[in-house]
Design a binder for this molecule. Structure first.
Ligand SMILES: NC(=O)c1ccc[n+]([C@@H]2O[C@H](COP(=O)([O-])OP(=O)(O)OC[C@H]3O[C@@H](n4cnc5c(N)ncnc54)[C@H](O)[C@@H]3O)[C@@H](O)[C@H]2O)c1
Length: 332
């Protein structure tokens, strides 16, 4: 736990994690490597940018020489950088495969050459695909439905193969849906909050029947920190234990927080491959000391307050139009 390289640390979860590590006395140095795509901003790191223990490096995880140079100076990597929005993966699939699979491979290669002490690859419950009943355990097969989840599943498998083949001390974490301050407003919780703040309508897919497990971002980061410190190399750790809600139930909670009624909601046809339910057993991570501690209503209230108080941070992002993928010449 001396020198930690965080990829994607200017994004939503990575920036919470970087701030968290800077509160740990045994972490000497945190370096954030981030390409600052539409989803990343140094503002997410806030006052952490002033810390002498934080270095920010603008750069792409596909840039092998840069990644190798950085990796040699660190003892651990926590890998968040990814294309993360499911809807975008339908029309920008190549970018998801390039960033999420080839980018992860580029990091793993650098980590192998540098003989890094620990590599935590951050992944998602979506790789398990939909479950009608029961909960996914870490030994279940992956059955991703959408290109985003397929790209994450592929990167998980490549990461685990580096443990099997090269003895690289890789752990994979798989978390349920996160919410909290500073999430990009394309994701459902901030999308609905910002629309409610602006007096606009909300649109719900299908009948609002899709079930997701909502986990506060700080609970997720706690789980990742435990895996970073005490996870067994070669193992997968599910990080769940938030609150299960249908999208209609989530909408109802947010409407009540704004004293708004259901006339603000319009139902639209369901999107392709919208998995009905995700659910995970997280007892393996609990054995490391993990317990999700944030109450959903308190967490959502804190989140709404952040968006209410920081319109300058999210209003410009609402105007972000889908970008053409930026070509990156991979040197391999
Ligand atoms: N948001 C969730 O609910 C959730 C749940 C489970 C797992 N995850 C995983 O957690 C990780 C972080 O998710 P998030 O919601 O914070 O995503 P995010 O989209 O908010 O942030 C991603 C960050 O990665 C950076 N990035 C993208 N491509 C890059 C590249 N080629 N090189 C360097 N940096 C690059 C972006 O600039 C951004 O700062 C992802 O791997 C995602 O799959 C997210």
């Amino acid at each position: 736990m001396e020198k930690v390289l965080i990829t994607g640390g200017a994004g939503f979860i990575g920036s919470h994690f970087a701030r968290r590590l800077l509160r740990c006395d045994d972490v000497a140095q945190v370096t954030v490597l981030d390409a600052l795509t539409y989803a990343g901003s140094v503002e997410n790191l806030g006052e952490a940018m002033l810390s002498p223990r934080l270095s920010f490096v603008p750069g792409n995880i596909l840039d092998a020489p840069l990644v190798e140079r950085l990796t040699r100076k660190h003892t651990a990597i926590v890998h968040f950088a990814a294309e993360s929005h499911v809807d975008r993966s339908f029309y920008d699939t190549g970018n998801f495969l390039t960033t999420n699979v080839l980018g992860t491979y580029t990091l793993l290669e650098a980590a192998r050459k540098a003989r890094i002490d620990r590599f935590v690859h951050v992944s998602t419950d979506e790789v398990y695909g939909p479950l009608m009943i029961g909960q996914a355990t870490e030994t279940d097969p992956v059955r991703p439905s959408v290109p985003y989840a397929a790209s994450k599943a592929a990167s998980d498998l490549v990461a685990l193969s580096y443990f099997q083949t090269f003895d690289l001390p890789v752990c994979v974490t798989r978390s349920s849906n996160n919410y909290g301050p500073r999430q990009h407003p394309e994701k459902i919780v901030p999308l609905f909050i910002t629309r409610l703040l602006k007096g606009h309508e909300l649109t719900l897919h299908g009948h609002g029947q899709h079930i997701r497990n909502w986990l506060h971002v700080e609970d997720h980061c706690h789980g990742i920190e435990l895996v970073l410190r005490d996870g067994t190399p070669g193992e997968i750790y599910n990080i769940g234990g938030g609150t299960d809600l249908t999208s209609k139930e989530l909408t109802g909670i947010l409407l009540r927080m704004f004293d708004a009624g259901w006339e603000r909601v319009r139902y639209i046809p369901d999107r392709a491959s919208n998995d009905l339910r995700y659910a995970m057993d997280w007892s393996k991570t609990a054995a490391l000391g993990y317990r999700p501690g944030r109450d959903l209503k308190a967490g959502l209230t804190e989140t709404v307050d952040w968006y209410r108080n920081n319109p300058d941070r999210w209003a410009p992002l609402l105007r972000t139009t889908p970008e053409a993928p930026k070509p990156f010449h991979h040197p391999m």
